[in-house]
Design a protein around this ligand. Structure first.
Ligand SMILES: [Zn+2]
Ligand SMILES: [Zn+2]
Length: 338
């Protein structure tokens, strides 16, 4: 089993898809991020980036065939987890075209917030009502387990399967632990997720606007994250209404890169990934924003389609090196406990 935590970006644009010659470098698909914790696949949001991602998952057939693996436990590798930050179009519009949702041997575990007046399941059903889409949610063949979650709940994925918990007491080190922070800094609210596995943490904070003095609740939630993915939709001048042709966007629920840098700095995150680029921005504008942000928080990158980050747990690497060494067993075992 792989001991890598891998993050791959499939859609990095906010609001609506932006294909064309001006967005080739960073990409035009809306929000979709894939996280692989070893063999486990966790998807963040279902903007149009989830369409090519789904094609790749479906093509990797062995990953979708259930098999037995590890310590006698049943590892259901046909399982995919999908977490919705919220249910705005740019985070759901790719789902009706997500091929694994049509495969009968796939179990999809979908978590997210309820809508304002409806449950998560009802909002997804309405997105595919007969008037707006030819295939209903029910007619997609994958087994779907759709659950609304609350901020106090923890989503756990370990050898016993996927479930909700109130605490992490008693969980083994192989457990993927997902915590939820509800932010009010976006119209209707938004969930921020913290995914922890193998001693590494990724925080996904899209569709959120900074506060004067920094978003302190988010800073606390993102403390010491290895990767902080943060909304950075607007250039400072755009946000303030000082960019010709662009209206002011204060209160729209999105951040400037400087706001993202403030959270990264205050939370002591190791790397910042600027996310949810404005669909009207060219590659040059995003690159300019990225360059300015690097002067504010050195370990910053603007997300682009295809960006892949691999994190490894240093203790696991050490163990692996020890197991490869030619020492006798007794000595090797003793050393592992030192
Ligand atoms: Zn959005
Ligand atoms: Zn939104």
């Amino acid at each position: 089993m792989s001991d890598e935590l891998r993050i791959k970006f499939w859609g990095v644009r906010g609001s609506y898809p932006a294909p064309g010659a001006g967005t080739v470098k960073y990409g035009g698909n809306t929000a979709s991020v894939e996280i692989c914790a070893g063999e486990r696949t966790i998807l963040l949001d279902a903007g149009t980036g989830i369409i090519p991602l789904g094609r790749e998952l479906a093509g990797a057939t062995p990953a979708l065939v259930p098999r037995t693996a590890g310590h006698g436990a049943r590892e259901r590798t046909g399982e995919i987890m999908l977490l919705f930050s919220h249910l705005h179009h740019d985070h759901t519009q790719g789902f009706p075209f997500f091929i694994p949702a049509y495969l009968p041997n796939v179990r999809l575990h979908i978590f997210g917030p309820d809508g304002t007046h409806e449950s998560l399941a009802h909002v997804l059903e309405h997105n595919q009502s007969a008037e707006t889409f030819p295939v209903s949610l029910r007619d997609m063949s994958a087994t779907k387990n759709i659950q609304s979650v609350r901020e106090s709940q923890i989503i756990v994925w370990d050898e016993l399967g996927i479930r909700l918990a109130q605490s992490t007491v008693g969980l083994g080190e192989e457990a993927v632990i997902i915590r939820i922070h509800k932010s009010y800094a976006h119209p209707g609210g938004v969930y921020v997720y913290r995914i922890t596995w193998g001693g590494k943490s990724v925080v996904y904070a899209t569709d959120t606007e900074g506060y004067v003095g920094t978003d302190r609740r988010l800073v606390e939630f993102a403390k010491d994250a290895d990767i902080l993915i943060h909304d950075a939709q607007y250039l400072e001048a755009h946000y303030r209404g000082q960019l010709a042709g662009f209206p002011a966007t204060q209160g729209y629920g999105h951040s400037t890169a400087a706001m993202a840098c403030e959270v990264a700095f205050a939370s002591k995150s190791r790397q910042l990934i600027l996310f949810h680029h404005d669909p009207s921005y060219s590659d040059a504008m995003v690159a300019g924003m990225e360059a300015t942000a690097k002067t504010q928080f050195g370990e910053t990158r603007a997300a682009y389609e295809g960006l892949e980050i691999v994190l490894q747990d240093p203790t696991k690497i050490a163990k692996k090196l020890q197991s490869l060494s030619p020492r006798p067993h007794s000595q090797r075992e003793r050393r592992q406990w030192m």
